[in-house]
Write a protein that binds this ligand. Structure first.
Ligand SMILES: Nc1ncnc2c1ncn2[C@@H]1O[C@H](COP(=O)(O)OP(=O)(O)OP(=O)(O)O)[C@@H](O)[C@H]1O
Length: 289
């Protein structure tokens, strides 16, 4: 059965306890208990064209928590993410980031965003280092990068295994390499909240493992993470909660244990492995059972 113990009975996506406590971190970590949620989406409604796409979504991500947003194609995952970063206006409900309503939120340096990948480089004639450096912009504004900024950029490149390609044009990268660069760009800003839309799409298993390790370090340092995923893959052990959307609404919420055991069917409808009628594909590995 899905774990479902919200503090606020009106918001089934609210964590039952701060993620730091759930993960048993040591007391050197900041106490997330009193801090406002990194993300709070309440009764969010949005339309694209004439089509209602979000139809009352509640979603909360606590500081240090890792939440996966799941659901079939077209269920509204990307739209929810884009609403959170202000790219899609809500027609109803609200978004708060770190306790501040989105319309008043200015602290974008706290947020690292990896959008859904489209074309490899978008035709941008830039080097890998230049793209990753753009991740510091919300912190530096127009001033040139200082020593700390450059350290953050080089550190992010190292962490995703792209330091040796720093001077290369992004136009010559493979899709998976470009995805690593976009992740490094988000990391370079040293965010308190990472939002990633399908970071595993088109990424080979080795790169997925690199991303899992990068995220593990980031989460250990207290960063909250919201990810759109079709398969949990190597990220499964990191996921505190999985929120499944269907037709613009939250259909189901799975706690940490249940998330790790999710399997998916060909229509991308996750359900626990033990559920009658379960399919033979392992959600966590993508392998046939
Ligand atoms: N620009 C647009 N104009 C009109 N409808 C749109 C637009 N973008 C998306 N939609 C529709 O909104 C719905 C939700 O799309 P969204 O991209 O949020 O889904 P998703 O769950 O992220 O899907 P996927 O898993 O395929 O990425 C879909 O029915 C889609 O057709």
């Amino acid at each position: 059965m899905p774990q479902h113990q919200p503090e606020n009975p009106d918001d089934p996506t609210e964590p039952a306890e701060p993620a730091t406590a759930a993960r048993g971190k040591n007391t050197a970590q900041p106490d997330a208990g009193d801090a406002p949620p990194a993300v709070r989406l309440h009764d969010a409604r949005a339309s694209l064209g004439a089509r209602p796409v979000l139809r009352g979504v509640d979603l909360t991500v606590a500081p240090g928590e890792v939440v996966a947003l799941l659901g079939a194609n077209g269920s509204g995952k990307s739209t929810a993410i884009r609403a959170i970063v202000g790219q899609v206006p809500l027609t109803g409900g609200s978004v708060e980031l770190f306790g501040t309503p989105l319309r008043r939120f200015r602290d974008w340096g706290r947020i690292g965003y990896v959008p859904q990948r489209s074309t490899a480089s978008g035709g941008v004639p830039a080097t890998v280092r230049e793209v990753v450096s753009a991740g510091r912009l919300s912190r530096t504004g127009l001033r040139p990068l200082g020593a700390q900024d450059r350290r953050a950029v080089e550190g992010a490149l190292e962490r995703v295994g792209m330091a040796d390609r720093a001077g290369d044009s992004v136009e010559g990268l493979s899709g998976g390499q470009y995805q690593r660069v976009l992740i490094a760009r988000a990391l370079a800003g040293e965010p308190d909240l990472l939002i990633m839309d399908e970071p595993l799409a088109g990424v080979d298993l080795a790169s997925q493992r690199v991303l899992a390790e990068v995220l593990r370090e980031q989460v250990a340092a207290g960063t909250a993470v919201l990810l759109v995923l079709h398969e949990l893959g190597p990220l499964a052990p990191l996921i505190d909660r999985s929120v499944q959307l269907a037709d613009g609404r939250v259909a189901q919420v799975y706690g940490r244990e249940d998330s790790a055991g999710l399997v998916h069917d060909p229509a991308c409808h996750p359900h626990p492995a033990a559920e009658p009628g379960g399919t033979d594909t392992d959600w966590t590995t993508g392998l046939l059972r």
